[in-house]
Structures are given as structure tokens and as C-alpha cells.
Design a protein around this ligand. Sequence first.
Ligand code: IMP
Ligand code: MG
Length: 186
Amino acid sequence: MQQDTHPRPELLISADAIERRVREMGAQISADYAGESLTLIGALKGCYVLMADLSRRIDLPLYIDFLEVSSYGDSTESSGIVKITKDFKHSITDQHVLLIEDIVDTGLTLNYLMDLLATRRPASLAIAALLVKPEKQQLKHPLKYAGFEIEDRFVVGYGMDYQGYYRNLDYVGVIDPETLDNPGGF
Ligand code: IMP
Ligand code: MG
């Protein structure tokens, strides 16, 4: 047998609690935009699990697309320097747009993305995120839908990663990046 080189992050938010909250968020979004169609734009890669779950809880005509941004490099702190590594081609002019994010930490990534999307003149533009860390918040835009507020710890799972790993956990867990320099366990 191999040694256990793949530690399980400590539980912060269970899969059940996430499912319940995402269901509520979907119901709220469906009510708020009733009678409209809605464009969900996900910020890859972290949003992919929330996008899959939340989009299936929204009872509206939905157009779904993604962009990819890189803000941290391999660090765990936001640099504020955001690079778009994949844009989407769909026109959002005059569309109701909801930007889907896994987690808002400093908010610097979202500030950049919201400014960018606003230049495309959508009918409305709002944010939905699963997690918010209020401590370092510098978000200039209203966070219309937020799943959970958490303290300032580094979380993984439900799409969120540490160096590309742990996205596949069905819960949100906490790790201490300083004690883990080999998340793949190889
Ligand atoms: P911000 O620009 O500081 O708000 O950082 C936003 C992005 O950093 C998020 O979309 C995540 O991809 C990533 N991020 C921030 N905090 C965490 C964390 O605790 N775990 C994993 N990724 C995080
Ligand atoms: Mg992200």
C-alpha cells in the first residue's frame, strides 16, 4: 500500500448545505428575472461546478458562456493584475447578464471583469458567487447573489483549486497552503 499522500481538506461547507443554498439562489434568480431571458457568464475555471448546478436550478431561458481569467498565477494572493486568457464571442449587448464566480476574495478580479463586460452595454449586469470573504473586500459592484460568507482562509473544492487540484471535492474544505507543497500527492 502507498502512504496516504492525498490528505482530505477539513470540512467547511458540506455538499448538502451547498446543494440547499444553490437551490435557493436558483429560485431567487428565477423569480427576479421572471419573464426575461438571462445570460450566465462563468469565470473559468473555478466556476464550472457552480455553473453546472446553479444553471439547472434556474427556470428561465438561459444562454451560457465562459471566459477564462488568470489573476493569481500560482500564488494564493490576488495580484489585482487580471489577464483574460479566453474571451467569449456571444454578444451581450441589451442582454441581462449574470456573472458567475466561485469565490470573491479581494474582488479585484470581479472589478476588472465587470468593467470589461459593462463596455459591451448589457441591459443589466450583476454578480452571483458561491462564497464571499468579506475581510479583504474591495468590490465596487453589488454582489446580487452570494451563497455563503466565510472567514479569510484558503478554501478548495466545489470547483476551487490549490495549484489545479481539489476542484472535484463535492464539499468546500480548508487547507493551509504553507503545509502542502505537493497537492497532487506524487
Ligand atoms: P479576488 O480577485 O481576490 O477576488 O480573487 C478571485 C479569484 O481568486 C477567485 O475567482 C478564485 O479563483 C481565486 N480564489 C480566491 N480565494 C480563493 C480560495 O480561498 N481558494 C481558491 N481560490 C481562491
Ligand atoms: Mg475564479
